[in-house]
Design a protein around this ligand. Structure first.
Ligand code: PGA
Ligand code: ZN
Length: 416
């Protein structure tokens, strides 16, 4: 029993210059702290993010924490994560966490996990791993170009990422990705296409459309000295809900709208032309049938569910059973608590699909997800690009974790 003695909340800032809630939980010997991240392309089924009437502040979330959550947690055992999370769910009392807010709940849930680990004097990933002896580092998915809701629709695709599938260990994986990031910067500067960076640190270029962007990325991988399709493969987050308008997929740069059959066909041809091996949210969040059709049409690709499954165990099981997905993102703030996020990850394992622990586009220096990925044994992690402190905080924490484990091999992925 490690009793919670005191807790508090405050409003801090995220990587988009927006307020977000931080929670701090104290025991007799230590304290843990965590900050809620925030999405921009949120799924409609994910836990509600509580904001003030101005749509921005989190004073209401902090007030709810101080008024209801703090008094309920004092005296509880922070080593009993499921009891804490259950209490949070009961206190909120709504299906989508509208009352106290998914943001309030996840900051609290993660802060309790940190308070527990620090009271034991152990790193969080060790505590989460429990008895599991052999720990592996996940393979990173790293954004090189950002589009969609993260870059004012410059490219329709939201994330153009790379996965260093041939890298033997974590330090090498980051080196390879940094090589590609710099090589892409060079290509864009030389061709005067560089407009800036998107919300997660990836470049946003002046390009004619999605295919031109995929072509540039393939060239950047080759120019970096690595082999596209072999050492390094491409992963895209289509985030299709974002450009699904009036029953059509509207490609803004290409100035055309497609029905779902035509859209899936076009996407599948991109997967044949470029070394793409992972495709996230190929269709809008209510169209699992199109996910399944795309999955059949593009057998080289693994289909990843994000907005479709929103870190929810039941939705993941259903999507896996209907043949819609091969993998699912695990974003703790979509669920609201760590216990529910772990249940979602366990649902992936039971259905033989790959869990990918993921950050959000609005992030902070909080590194909890780095620990979750290793502690829970997720084979892959998605955090955004190689640059910006809120992203490198996670990559660098994983470097420290990898070092403490003697740089073990990366989790095995069969993507090529
Ligand atoms: P979000 O998107 O954090 O802006 O919702 C990230 C993603 O879709 O993976
Ligand atoms: Zn996504």
């Amino acid at each position: 029993m490690i009793a919670i003695r005191n807790c508090r909340s405050r409003s801090v800032w995220d990587s988009r210059g927006r307020p977000t809630i931080e929670v701090e939980i104290h025991t007799d010997t230590a304290h843990g702290r965590a900050i809620a991240p925030a999405g921009a392309s949120k799924g409609k089924y994910e836990a509600h993010e509580l904001r003030d009437a101005d749509g921005l502040g989190v004073a209401t979330a902090c007030a709810g924490f101080d008024r209801e959550i703090a008094p309920a947690l004092i005296g509880m055992d922070c080593s009993n994560q499921s009891a804490i999370d259950q209490r949070l769910i009961e206190l909120d009392g709504t299906a989508q966490r509208e009352r106290l807010g998914g943001n309030t709940l996840i900051a609290t849930s993660m802060a309790a996990a940190h308070a527990h680990a620090r009271s034991l004097g152990q790193p969080l990933f060790r505590v989460l791993a429990g008895e599991r002896a052999s720990l592996a580092l996940p393979v990173p998915e790293i954004q090189i170009m950002g589009g969609g809701a993260h870059a004012h629709g410059r490219i329709d695709l939201q994330d153009l990422m790379i996965v260093p599938v041939g890298a033997p260990d974590w330090p090498t994986a980051l080196h390879w990705c940094a090589d590609v990031y710099r090589s892409m910067g060079e290509l864009l500067r030389k061709s005067k296409r560089l407009l800036g960076v998107a919300d997660e640190g990836g470049y946003f270029p002046e390009v004619e459309g999605n295919e031109a962007a995929l072509d540039l990325l393939t060239r950047a991988i080759d120019a970096s000295g690595h082999t596209a399709g072999d050492d390094i493969v491409i992963s895209i987050d289509v985030a299709a809900t974002q450009f699904y308008v009036d029953g059509q997929y509207r490609l803004s740069r290409e100035k055309r709208s497609l029905g779902s059959t035509e859209w899936i066909e076009l996407l599948a041809t991109w997967c044949e032309r470029f070394p793409i091996r992972l495709v996230e949210d190929p269709a809008q969040e209510d169209d699992a049938d199109s996910f399944a059709r795309f999955r059949k049409r593009a057998p080289r690709c693994r289909v990843v569910g994000d907005d479709l499954v929103v870190t929810n165990a039941a939705r993941i099981t259903q999507a896996a059973t209907s043949g819609a997905i091969d993998a699912a993102l695990i974003k703790p703030n979509q669920a609201g608590t760590l216990t529910e996020s772990k249940a979602a990850l366990d649902a992936c394992t039971r259905s033989s699909i790959m869990p990918i622990v993921s950050a959000r586009s609005g992030e902070t220096e909080d590194v909890t997800i780095a620990h979750l990925s290793v502690g829970w044994g997720a084979p892959m992690i998605k955090v955004g690009s190689m640059t910006r402190g809120e992203r490198t905080a996670k990559w660098n924490e994983l470097l420290r974790i990898s070092e403490s484990l003697g740089h073990p091999p990366l989790a095995l992925l069969k993507l090529t």
